[in-house]
Design a protein around this ligand. Structure first.
Ligand SMILES: Nc1ncnc2c1ncn2[C@@H]1O[C@H](COP(=O)(O)OP(=O)(O)OP(=O)(O)O)[C@@H](O)[C@H]1O
Ligand SMILES: [Mg+2]
Length: 371
């Protein structure tokens, strides 16, 4: 899939910009705070109907304005999709693809698949299990609508079950039959989520190991392990075993909402023992693996957005990554960086198809840098 053109009005720091993109690599260069990440975020908006960074739409309107819009043209196989997303304070959000208005935003997900990597991804290593579950959920939801529906239903059912547990406690009353109504559906939807996550982590693990080796020149060994209570227990027995605990906590203590993924380096926790460069290398390996997996599932290449690609990496790892990108066809890639010299050096050594965009004073212009 290719994003051929992008046009932003009142989106974050941009009043009005339009530009055409390269089908291959697009570099965005500018100083800190110039607006590089904001460009990637506008593409995230088109894919997920929301910002990667701030889920409150109004925060993304340029200060002092009342609306923003993002227009783009995507090309998938030979079909063109004119896509328009706008948010207006008084009217809310609208998404239109080829003049067809999207009625439900969750149904829009998967139309324009992307893989995004930003410095916030360090939360995947440093943050809570929720971050790692979200990573898996976002990846699987882009190619499996049934997963997304099961996940949405599962979360709703757990919420309802927790409300029921609270009511029991408040009214000093208990009905196993009432709880069983939820349990049955929770087991069905949760088991689907578990099986899918298990399958995807198996595939992902192998590819992350592969990419990590390439990026690090095999300097250290990494691993990924899926942690779930459902590995060794039937969901139904977990729910019945923990019923007294759940009644005390007024909370459902077992299920896939408690899943986690362990990231390891040389057999110890990546969070505790990995250096910043090793953690960054791991995240990138994870993202390259995500890209490959998603591509195989949907049978076309998603758009690859990599924010601050080279930050924290040593020269050798930067070269390894550029060779990886140059020697493989990752389709259309968007890369941001602050360092023109670094990009210049990389481009001089390779014959890459690219466009380079410079961002300053809330404006963007394209310029060749190696001519
Ligand atoms: N709603 C908004 N209205 C106006 N400006 C905004 C809005 N939201 C964000 N900005 C501006 O966008 C700029 C940040 O843009 P962005 O994060 O894309 O920078 P960047 O080029 O990626 O910087 P860095 O190199 O530090 O990552 C800030 O100057 C911020 O004030
Ligand atoms: Mg940035």
């Amino acid at each position: 899939m290719i994003l051929s053109s992008l046009s932003l009005i009142n989106f974050k720091n941009y009043q009005e910009i339009n530009f055409d993109l390269s089908d291959k690599i697009n570099f965005f260069l500018g100083l800190n705070g110039a607006g590089k990440t904001n460009i990637l975020d506008s593409i995230h908006y088109l894919s997920f109907s929301k910002s990667y960074f701030n889920h409150i739409d109004s925060f993304n309107i340029r200060k002092g304005d009342s609306f923003f819009s993002i227009s783009a043209e995507f090309k998938k196989h030979t079909i063109h999709y004119k896509t328009y997303l706008a948010y207006e304070r008084s009217k809310g959000k609208v998404i239109r693809v080829n003049d067809e208005i999207c009625q439900k935003f969750s149904e829009h997900i998967g139309k324009f698949p992307i893989v995004i990597s930003t410095p916030l991804d360090s939360n995947l290593i440093l943050g809570s299990g929720e971050m790692r579950r979200k990573f898996l959920d976002v990846l699987i939801s882009q190619f499996d609508k049934i997963y997304l529906n099961n996940l949405i239903n599962y979360k709703r059912l757990i919420k309802q079950r927790n409300i029921l547990l609270k009511q029991f406690s408040k009214k000093n009353y208990f009905s196993k039959e009432d709880l069983d109504i939820y349990n049955e559906k929770i087991i069905k939807t949760g088991s689907y989520v578990f099986e899918k996550r298990k399958g995807i982590i198996g595939l992902l693990r192998e590819r992350v190991l592969f990419y990590y080796k390439l990026i690090s020149s095999s300097q250290e060994h990494i691993d990924i392990e899926y942690k779930s209570q459902l590995h060794n227990n039937a969901f139904s027995s977990l729910l019945s075993k923990n019923i007294e605990k759940d009644r005390v906590l007024c909370y459902t203590s077992s299920g896939v909402h408690r899943d986690d993924v362990d990231f390891l380096i040389n057999n110890t926790s990546l969070k505790k023992s990995g250096s910043q460069g090793q953690q960054k290398s791991f995240i990138l390996a994870l993202k390259f693996a995500e890209f490959e997996l998603l591509k195989n599932m949907i049978n076309f290449k998603p758009i690859f957005l990599i924010d601050d690609l080279f930050d924290k990496l040593d020269k050798k790892r930067v070269l390894n990554i550029m060779s990886l990108i140059a020697n493989n066809d990752f389709g259309q890639i968007f890369i941001t960086d602050t360092d023109l010299e670094r990009i210049n050096a990389i481009l001089k050594e390779r014959n890459l198809e690219y466009k380079c965009f410079f961002i300053e004073k809330n404006n963007i212009h394209e310029k060749r840098i190696t001519d």
